[in-house]
Design a protein around this ligand. Structure first.
Ligand code: AMP
Ligand code: MG
Length: 322
């Protein structure tokens, strides 16, 4: 298969290119596209054969369910049973990096749901993504556009490197806004909302709007989100945690927002904000991997608010700690 890439303007994507990509989706093919979190690998979520191609292209375990990307709240209504909590959060936070797990309607194929009774829905905050979903006229199932287990792609070149020859089309809409995936919450029981995966939408603002805390799933509910059980986001070289004030592990490249003593600046990325750290984490992993360093030390972001929790989750998984 030949994988073609087309560059689109992020605020005003060419209707011609969007229509071309939408036809690929409608024909059961695979299209990678930008979202505000990371690049997604999309297929028609209602077409089981198309969805199975996502699992094959990524080498993704079949029990790991996919998020249905929709173009507005009414669209989402067709695929899951909303409750008041979900409705309220959708009105406040969509489009945005917040995914809801809710009871699935029958129209959602089992393969898209990973065999579960629930489905995950999200409206991305990206013009190219929304135009593609709207034009295709179908929800788009889209995990990150990387080989399963690898760091997620935050630009189209990285998608190309992982997916060349495996997918039909890549829409290149430049680099992404957040750099880590959406926050996934389970609202199946609206009296007991669960944080299934921390991400780009900070916990505290969701909790404030909900008026409730998001519980961490126990081992039973964890089984309900199988994706969280796999090793993820990892480069092929060891990732080690560095805490501010401690000694930097010898010979490692480094990424973080503080500058450790004795750091070798030839193999270090110092970010000027937590947001830029999140945006640059995955591409930094890949950069150092290609430079054949022996390990990567990353700063543990010890902050209570914002994207820090999502960043800690990605870092601890990349380091094989959870
Ligand atoms: P990914 O698309 O790889 O970024 O991962 C999507 C995340 O959403 C994974 O952690 C999945 O386990 C989770 N997810 C998707 N659908 C469901 C569902 N129906 N129930 C629980 N978790 C889900
Ligand atoms: Mg992923």
């Amino acid at each position: 298969m030949i994988t073609k890439t087309a560059t689109v303007d992020r605020w005003n994507p060419s209707p011609h290119l969007i229509a071309k990509a939408a036809r690929v989706i409608q024909a059961g093919g695979l299209v990678a596209f930008p979202t505000e979190t990371v690049y997604g690998l999309g297929a028609d979520a209602l077409n089981p054969e198309a969805v199975s191609k996502i699992f094959t292209a990524k080498g993704r375990p079949q029990d790991n369910p996919l998020i249905l990307h929709v173009y507005n709240i009414a669209h989402a209504y067709q695929f899951v049973e909303f409750n008041d909590a979900a409705m309220n959060l959708a009105k406040v936070f969509w489009p945005g990096p917040l995914t809801f797990v809710l009871p699935a309607k029958d129209i959602v194929p089992s393969i898209t749901r990973g065999g579960l009774e629930t489905a995950a829905v999200r409206m991305p905050d990206n013009v190219t993504a929304l135009s593609l979903i709207f034009t295709a006229g179908t929800p788009i199932a889209a995990p990150s556009a990387n080989i399963s287990g690898r760091p997620s792609p935050t630009d189209s070149d990285t998608v190309y490197r992982d997916m060349n020859g495996k997918i039909d089309f890549i829409l290149d809409g430049g680099s992404v806004k957040f750099g880590i995936e959406s926050t996934v919450i389970d609202l199946t029981d609206e009296k007991r909302p669960l944080m299934l995966r921390p991400g780009s939408m900070p916990r505290e603002i969701i909790e404030k709007e909900l008026g409730m805390t998001l519980e961490v799933p126990d081992s039973v509910s964890k089984k309900r989100s199988p994706g969280t059980n796999y090793r993820h986001y990892a480069p092929s070289i060891p990732v080690k945690i560095w805490r501010k004030g401690s000694k930097l592990p010898a010979d490692c490249a480094y990424m973080g927002i503080d500058k450790p003593k004795n750091v070798d600046m030839k193999k270090a990325i110092i970010f000027d904000s937590l947001g830029n750290y999140a945006r640059g984490l995955f591409s930094g992993f890949r950069k150092f991997e290609s430079e054949n360093v022996s390990c990567i030390a990353v700063q543990w972001p010890e902050y209570e608010f914002g994207i820090a929790e999502g960043l800690r989750d990605r870092i601890s998984r990349a380091a094989g700690l959870s």
